[in-house]
Design a protein around this ligand. Structure first.
Ligand SMILES: Cc1cc2nc3c(=O)[nH]c(=O)nc-3n(C[C@H](O)[C@H](O)[C@H](O)COP(=O)(O)OP(=O)(O)OC[C@H]3O[C@@H](n4cnc5c(N)ncnc54)[C@H](O)[C@@H]3O)c2cc1C
Length: 502
């Protein structure tokens, strides 16, 4: 047998196994959803997930459909906003439509992000069509394209999902102002397990203060999802066909940051990553998640960020393995629920979530006191971007992010703290860190990212530590500390600059 064909067979077998695993999880999920509730109709929907954006009459007399304006949560199943919209439509015996407003630019997103998002939406569109729910891709800002669409389609109720960041919040506000007055408009937090506004009415100080508030409400909110069902009320007219390829090539975004190969966009691929995490990496999550050379993380952040996989789904599945891997499961819940929802809490209640003014007084004071301290090295943004510092570990972390669109979580802290040490001021450090994070990380432009940068540079959700130059009382990290934790040389070799790697 020729050598090549043997390899191909192995690869084929591997692919078949992967597909089987993926199929198994999807089949298990379908069964779980069926068992949870026979239909969204009979399901008791927890209304605390929903809040009014603007009130219209209970029922619009001559409504022709209900519309879900999908934004942060780009998936069909395991989506409380989608489920709420379908429930409304079923109660009123109306067709259900879904739309997504594709904006030409968003906070410096590149083709790496737009490509991932569009391919995920393509899957959403297909799934919607199979469920008799037209999916509309509206090109432009919601304030310009959504109100006319609502009028044109005779929308009798509008449902959207929730994001605490200022630009998407402004989109919701703009639509509210321009929507016909008689159309009720509601918002569902489909991203957090405990809705952001239910967890706490104020900015929480730290994980310590929010943890109990989240855990005490999990029994109420961490429940199985009913399925979004094939919609029984057909639309009067289908959605316009979407020219995905043309749409992709017409995007006016920066194409110099390439899409990544390791992460296949879309819900099915995301669920396969969840499956592989549970089968292969969960067992070592508690012991090895701070070792950048080990495969112990879930890698789910890109799918979580784009809402292609629901964190609630991930937790429901991971928790089934608590007897075998108690510490890892608890550690995963801490990261994916407590830390993640703490980040949403911070961005929701602190309008300065991406600037030094958002930090606590003690942190602003200590950073100001040390603003004039001599920096050991000073780098311009371009030098940082090109991974041209004196520190091979920092450069390797930067290159991992540039090449793969995902820096290891432990190194993100070291990376951001060194930017504080090597730039002219904490303001500049924060600006550079957020710029690089949002440009290259596939999961960038996320509350987790702003909080991660503010935690590292401005001590948010942290406490004061021993005072030292530049950092003041902000927690410090250094190269020798990393050397004690993991094989730094191995990581540096893996992400060496290309010419050195030859
Ligand atoms: C400077 C800096 C920048 C960061 N930028 C981002 C970002 O842009 N987007 C982003 O999603 N996360 C960011 N994080 C948080 C964290 O590093 C990533 O969520 C994590 O590395 C993603 O990989 P994973 O999904 O394999 O994580 P896992 O360790 O498998 O964790 C599972 C999930 O838990 C959540 N999570 C894990 N760690 C944190 C944390 N520290 N804070 C909040 N939620 C967490 C994430 O949703 C993650 O997907 C940043 C952290 C720092 C220090």
């Amino acid at each position: 047998m020729p050598r090549g064909s043997g390899k191909r067979k192995e690869e084929e077998e591997e692919e078949e196994e992967e597909e089987e695993a993926e199929g198994r999880l999807e089949a298990a999920l379908r069964a779980a959803r069926r068992a949870a509730a026979p239909s969204v109709r009979e399901f008791r929907y927890n209304k605390k997930r929903v809040r009014l954006v603007s009130r219209g009459p209970e029922l619009l007399e001559d409504a022709k459909c209900i519309l879900y304006w999908m934004s942060r949560d780009q998936r069909v199943q395991d989506n409380w906003a989608f489920l709420y919209a379908q429930r409304l439509a079923l109660k009123q015996e109306l067709p259900l439509r879904v739309c997504f407003c594709l904006v030409p630019k968003f906070l410096g997103a590149t083709i790496r992000h737009y490509g991932f998002m569009l391919r995920g939406l393509q899957e959403v569109s297909k799934e919607c069509t199979e469920l008799n729910i037209p999916f509309h891709l509206l090109l432009g800002y919601a304030k310009d394209v959504l109100p006319p669409f609502v009028v044109q389609q005779g929308v009798g109720g509008l449902v959207t999902d929730f994001c605490p960041l200022r630009v998407p919040r402004q989109w919701v506000e703009d639509v509210r102002e321009r929507l016909p007055e008689d159309v009720p408009f509601v918002q569902v937090d489909a991203h957090n397990i405990v809705p952001c506004w239910v967890t706490s009415p104020k900015q929480e100080y730290s994980a310590r203060t929010i943890r109990g508030k989240i855990h005490s409400q999990l029994p109420e909110f961490l429940t199985e999802f009913p399925p979004v069902i094939r919609h029984p009320h057909p639309p009067s007219c289908p959605a316009e066909p979407i020219a995905w390829d043309a749409c992709y090539s017409s995007l006016q975004v920066d194409r110099s940051v390439a899409e990544v190969e390791w992460a296949t966009p879309g819900t099915s691929a995301g669920l396969a990553v969840l499956q592989s995490f549970i089968a292969e990496r969960l067992k070592s999550f508690s012991s090895h998640r701070n070792d950048p050379n080990k495969a112990a993380l879930s890698n789910l952040s890109p799918w979580f960020h784009f809402g292609q996989v629901s964190t609630q789904r991930a937790i429901l599945e991971v928790q089934k393995h608590r007897r075998a891997h108690k510490e890892s499961v608890d550690a995963f819940v801490e990261e994916a629920v407590v830390r993640r929802e703490l980040a949403d809490n911070f961005c929701y209640y602190n309008e300065n979530y991406d600037s030094l003014q958002g930090a606590y007084d003690w942190a602003q004071t200590t950073l100001r006191l040390h603003a004039k301290d001599k920096r050991p090295f000073l780098y311009e943004l371009q030098q940082l971007e090109q991974a041209a510092t004196h520190d091979p570990l920092w450069n390797a972390a930067q290159l991992q992010m540039v090449r793969e669109g995902k820096m290891h979580g432990f190194l993100r802290m070291y990376w951001a703290k060194k930017i504080l040490e090597w730039t002219r001021s904490p303001e500049e450090a924060l600006q550079f860190a957020i710029y690089l994070n949002d440009r290259y990380e596939l999961d960038g432009r996320d509350p987790n990212g702003y909080v991660g940068c503010l935690w590292s540079i401005c001590g948010i959700h942290d406490q004061g530590w021993k005072e030292r130059d530049v950092f003041g009382k902000i927690r410090y990290m250094n190269y020798s500390g990393c050397k004690r934790k993991f094989d730094v040389d191995q990581f540096e070799r893996r992400y060496a600059p290309r010419e050195l790697a030859q």
